[in-house]
Design a protein around this ligand. Structure first.
Ligand SMILES: Cc1cc2nc3c(=O)[nH]c(=O)nc-3n(C[C@H](O)[C@H](O)[C@H](O)COP(=O)(O)OP(=O)(O)OC[C@H]3O[C@@H](n4cnc5c(N)ncnc54)[C@H](O)[C@@H]3O)c2cc1C
Length: 293
């Protein structure tokens, strides 16, 4: 397990940036620690100092403004299962959280850590991509602080590579509150318990007032490419069209040949994508009591 020689716990963003400046930026950021502490032990490859951001107030909090909900980077995964404002505002993330590790890990693991870790199979990432979420960041720029608003689609840039620059931290994440949508999350992995995803996926569907046609469809997959993927072609095919089981099944024909761009277990992942695509859409529809013929 990774251990640090110096461990600092700032209480504010100002304290954090001051500390990072003192250390010339050679500081590991730690929030829940569920990814960091499991890393290699060899400190010669890492800074020997950590800043634990879990007590920074600016990184906590949940705020609903109009039809946008913003939650702090330190929002723990368990909160998506317990907090009434989050359950109401982003039910999609409750679905994902219910498949995430176990309660012990969920009480520590944060949404900011899941994004910053930029794993191709981070379980909160496909739902956030399907929601068109935006990541808000801060960094010290000379004497002042500057921030960026980065769509999740641009935030994850490769395996373990996020859009964060050195010294930049995630403060919060915003999502539109999508009323009347049905959602589903599906994941498969190699283990039964504490399963790390091989493929995961998020589905959001809205039907028109007749209840017979798709008004909106959002589908995102993780674990099939270095970055999470929105299935835009399928979404566009379904939107505005009738909600029929056969039509949903046929969507597997619309998948591009290179839908899986992971290096390993391509055939397996392709089969999973096909099966999840149909099952995920049907589950999301069932959540809003639509059972297509
Ligand atoms: C037993 C076990 C089971 C797991 N199961 C799952 C699972 O089912 N699904 C899943 O997706 N993941 C799983 N994980 C991985 C991990 O729990 C998640 O990725 C978690 O969301 C990371 O959050 P954290 O707060 O613990 O991050 P940390 O470990 O504190 O940090 C992770 C990385 O993010 C950076 N970071 C953290 N917060 C910020 C911030 N605000 N700004 C900038 N950088 C930041 C850190 O510097 C570090 O590089 C599991 C891990 C363990 C040990």
């Amino acid at each position: 397990m990774l251990q640090y020689k110096e461990y600092y716990m700032p209480r504010s963003v100002v304290e954090l940036f001051d500390f990072m400046e003192q250390k010339d930026g050679a500081v590991d950021i730690v929030s829940g620690g569920t990814d960091c502490f499991a890393r290699e032990k060899d400190l010669s490859k890492r800074p020997d100092t950590a800043a634990d951001i879990s007590k920074i107030e600016e990184f906590a909090g949940i705020e609903l403004q109009g039809d946008v909900i913003t939650f702090g980077a330190n929002t723990r995964i368990q909160q998506f299962l317990n907090d009434a404002a989050l359950i109401d505002g982003v039910p999609m993330l409750r679905h994902a959280a219910s498949y995430f590790a176990d309660q012990q890990i969920r009480e520590l693991a944060t949404v900011g850590g899941n994004l910053a870790n930029a794993s191709p199979t981070g379980d909160m990432v496909p739902p956030l991509l399907a929601l068109d979420a935006v990541v808000h960041t801060l960094m010290k720029d000379g004497d002042r602080m500057s921030g960026r608003d980065i769509p999740v689609a641009d935030f994850i840039q490769g395996v373990g590579k996020s859009a964060l620059c050195g010294g930049e931290v995630i403060v919060s994440v915003s999502c539109p509150v999508l009323r009347g949508y049905g959602c589903a999350f599906k994941k498969v992995g190699m283990r039964r318990s504490l399963c790390v995803s091989t493929v995961n996926s998020a589905f959001l569907v809205k039907v028109d007032p007749s209840g017979r046609r798709f008004e909106d469809v959002r589908i995102a997959f993780g674990g099939i490419a270095p970055t999470p993927t929105r299935l835009k072609t399928v979404e566009d095919q379904l939107k505005g069209g009738p909600i029929l089981k056969e039509r949903i099944r046929k969507m597997t024909d619309c998948l591009p040949d290179d839908i899986v761009r992971s290096r390993s277990r391509r055939e397996y992942r392709e089969t999973v994508v096909r099966n999840f695509l149909v099952a995920g859409l049907l589950e999301a529809l069932a959540e809003i009591d639509i059972l297509p013929e």
